[in-house]
Write a protein that binds this ligand. Structure first.
Ligand SMILES: [Zn+2]
Length: 285
């Protein structure tokens, strides 16, 4: 039996071939690196799987080395293939894995699928003709860190004006804070917007405007036929994202604008683990 494992900052999620799902809380543990890596080993080996796909948030090379993981700093500089020695394993960036899962399970007719996941951060993944596009080193589709505003807001990566600096949990929280002076968590802002609060609605509208700019850039660069939006924040804000496809089309050049359809991901919090499982069916990742 194969399985996918998604290593995040708070949970390790597991998605088995037979559909079983597991969630292991690891936040307290991730400060002690050796205990954390031992726990990853235990979870990956558990059930004696024939192969394991591993999705990890961060800049991850094709040979399994996590160069930098802003959300799981305990993995910085760790080679997960070495940690999981003895196991038949594939290691890929989490949103790249998620994108392949979207293609394999839900959109197999797509030639060029772009997956954009928005939560704590913003990540992208691309599948071209049924193959994940990982770039030369494994770090393609860092869409969250393409600049949409010169000298703009500070991003988690340390640069300014990145797409993620606007379209992420902290981006939304910053919009709201600038409007009201109040510090509020992302889901609370969405709840207030649902309740009709003016400032929350304006913050959500700012988020939406910036989302469209980044998507327009991505459509012009990549010419996808399927755009899938996912991640916890997109899921929470779905009620405010109606009409996105038509609006985006009107902003894009006619030819690439004609090609794409937008879908919302349906696999919720197990997207990346499901994508990691999907990777185990590929020979050359
Ligand atoms: Zn950035």
């Amino acid at each position: 039996m194969k399985k996918g494992v998604d290593i995040g900052g708070t949970f390790i999620k597991v998605f088995w071939e037979d559909g079983r799902r597991e969630k292991h809380y690891i936040k307290d543990m991730s400060r002690d690196r050796s205990a954390f890596l031992e726990r990853i080993r235990e979870i990956a080996f558990e059930g004696n799987p024939e192969s394991v796909g591993v999705a990890v948030a961060g800049f991850t090379s094709k040979d399994g080395l996590v160069y930098r993981s802003p959300n799981v700093p305990a993995l910085d500089g760790v080679n997960l293939r070495e940690v999981l020695e003895g196991l038949n394993v594939k290691v890929v960036n989490d949103v790249s894995a998620g994108a392949f899962g979207e293609w394999l399970y839900d959109h197999k007719n797509s030639k060029v699928l772009l997956f954009v996941a928005i939560g704590t951060g913003l990540g992208g993944g691309l599948v071209v003709e049924g193959k994940p596009f990982l770039g030369a080193c494994g770090s393609s589709l860092e869409l969250g860190h393409h600049t949409i505003k010169l000298d703009g807001e500070v991003c988690s990566c340390g640069r300014r004006g990145c797409w993620e600096a606007y379209c992420s949990s902290y981006g939304l929280e910053r919009f709201y804070h600038k409007l009201t002076g109040e510090k509020l968590k992302d889901f609370d802002i969405v709840r207030r917007a649902e309740g009709g609060e003016d400032a929350a609605l304006r913050a959500v509208e700012e988020f939406r405007k910036h989302l469209l700019i980044g998507l327009m850039n991505a459509v012009h660069i990549l010419n996808p036929d399927r755009l899938v939006l996912g991640g916890g924040l997109v899921e929470a804000m779905k009620g405010f994202l109606g009409g996105l496809e038509e609006e985006l089309r009107s902003m894009c050049e006619t030819l690439p604008g004609l090609c794409f359809s937008i879908s919302f991901s349906t696999c919720a919090e197990y997207c990346m683990a499901r994508g990691a499982l999907a990777l185990t069916y590929l020979d050359d990742v």
